[in-house]
Design a protein around this ligand. Sequence first.
Ligand code: THG
Length: 367
Amino acid sequence: MFTIFPTARLRPSPFYEATLADGLAGASVYNRMIMPANYGDREAEYWRLINGVSMWDVAVERQVQLTGKDAGKLAQILSPRDLSKCKVGQGKYVPLCNHDGVLINDPILLKLDEDRYWFSIADSDIWYWARAIGAERGLDVKVSEPDVSPLAVQGPKAEDVVAHIFGDWVREVKYFWFKETEINGIPVAVQRSGWSKQGGFEIYLKDGTRGTELWNIVKEAGAPHGIGPGAPTTPERTESGLVSCGGDTDDTTNPFEVRLGKYVDLDVADDVVGIKALRQIAAEGPKRHQLGLILDGDTPAPLGFAWEDILKDGKKVGDMTNCVWSYRMKANIGYALIGIDCQPGETVEIRRKGGSVMAKLVELPFL
Ligand code: THG
């Protein structure tokens, strides 16, 4: 095929060497970094996540750090989720919207201290955004990118592996809560989180020179449990109904359309970016919603690069934003971003490259 041409614009992960040594076979680009995608046997990697434990280089989930007197103020201005009760050591899944109420990122917010926060971001440049909003509002806050790189340990056996490394206290950690600690002198934060519904933790490496060391600690601790390298798994996240911001959304999508309305608190202060637009969208009712699609046919037929049109009675009613073979459902499944008059139970037509395919609309998650 082809190799990736190294350039200083495409930053390597601290785990890059370790992932190459473990047989990295496919990657994509995310936050201007190489994002490992698979190690050559996607089905085995999927079942390892479902039944065992998998370790993922997700350093591409970069941190946008806010520090200073107004750090908490800026965090709240950027996010329409009420953060007033967020404690030090707690994380929260927060949509970020622009002034039109359009979703621009869906990070996990970590509150490290009263005056220090990280937005652990999905794939868009939030540093510029946070700096611009902070400056325009005259806030006393510094926005930076710290040397922090998450390594995910996911699957039903992840807790045993992470407890073996850090101690049994990790078993008591609540969802999205975290603790800063170290292992063999390597500074990390350990959080119960991860982009799967199979359970697990993310170990945020706080010293990018020690990626291979941390990778090998996890690999050794996981060996008795059959750990192997993997990556955020499209079939599992689709079955589980997780949103991929920028994949399942476009530059007009608001959080209500993609099942994130529960993370929008309409009574946050008026200075929160996008809140006025979000109140109006909520009052009028969103025009589209996100449903599952189960396609006819029994041959894996994943989505390529682009969304595909969904038709009803010959007219376009929405887009299929994602499509993948589900190993557990033994069908091609995907997400529809579709007019709200289209409802679960209905059959629609998807215009695919090889011709039309019929699909049934269902509620998400699939499993
Ligand atoms: N880990 C870290 N940072 C991240 C991601 C991650 N940043 C970008 C991206 N992934 C954020 N996206 C999500 C989406 C969903 C969830 C986590 C990150 C998630 N959602 C649960 C759900 O939808 O059921 C629970 C949400 C809740 O109720 O609070 O876990 O993977 N570090």
